[in-house]
Design a binder for this molecule. Sequence first.
Ligand code: NAP
Length: 244
Amino acid sequence: MSRPVVLVTGGSAGIGAACVELAAQKGYDILLNYNSDLNGANAARVSAEAHGAHVILVQGDVSKPQDVDRIYDTLDAEFGAMHALINNAGIVGQKAKLVDMDYARIARMFEVNLLGAVMMAQGAAQRLRSGGSIINISSAAARLGSGNQYVDYAASKGAIDTFTKGLSDELAPQGVRVMAVRPGLIETDIHAKGGEPDRAERLAHMVPMQRTGSAMEIARSVLWLMSQDASYITGSALDVTGGR
Ligand code: NAP
């Protein structure tokens, strides 16, 4: 029996790397996309291979249409079919008010977090068959708005939630489910990349559960939504936020 295949974008770090590891444990083979962090991608590959997964790495910036084409060309050549997309790659900017953001920053936010995710989902929609799924990694920011922090990021994730609902309606008749997961404050390097390494820990007191979450806690929700245990769920956004 061949193993199902999942394509994970941004699988070289944080939530994406946790999804790679758990997907391998659950019996998936993996096309692991990364952008700049080859070492991180290799580490995620090694952990997945330890669980028996066949893993192929593919570099690509999801915001570039030619890279998206190359990612799917690799999928078609190496695996021939796919069963799920974990649409995870994303960026955040430095904490700032809107009046202090320049065009380049705002455009980049939407290019990666929204256009990239939409183009990746388009490739998946062309390939997924009945039983397949797309999990879009949104954010609690989509609900909270992130005023005085990064409204550009929050707006990009709000659009992901809307996109999730619309695409789920399009693909439901062919048996493909589309969901979003909205992580809360999760311990990954994304906060350091946005200039605030201690952000998650510093804001943990605002979480009803009084703690940050782990990347693996997000991965467990993602893999559950992909599974047949979630077979009557589509179009939903699941908050994984400790109650925030
Ligand atoms: P992370 O540790 O910074 O990892 C981000 C991943 O995305 C890396 O693998 C990175 O690849 C990849 N990536 C970034 N830009 C890319 C691009 N243009 N093309 C392809 N890959 C790209 O972040 P994370 O915390 O795991 O975040 C993962 C997702 O969860 C994001 O969508 C984020 O918005 C969302 N999220 C995170 C939190 C949180 O608290 N951590 C909360 C809510 C939502 P390279 O390193 O190889 O460049």
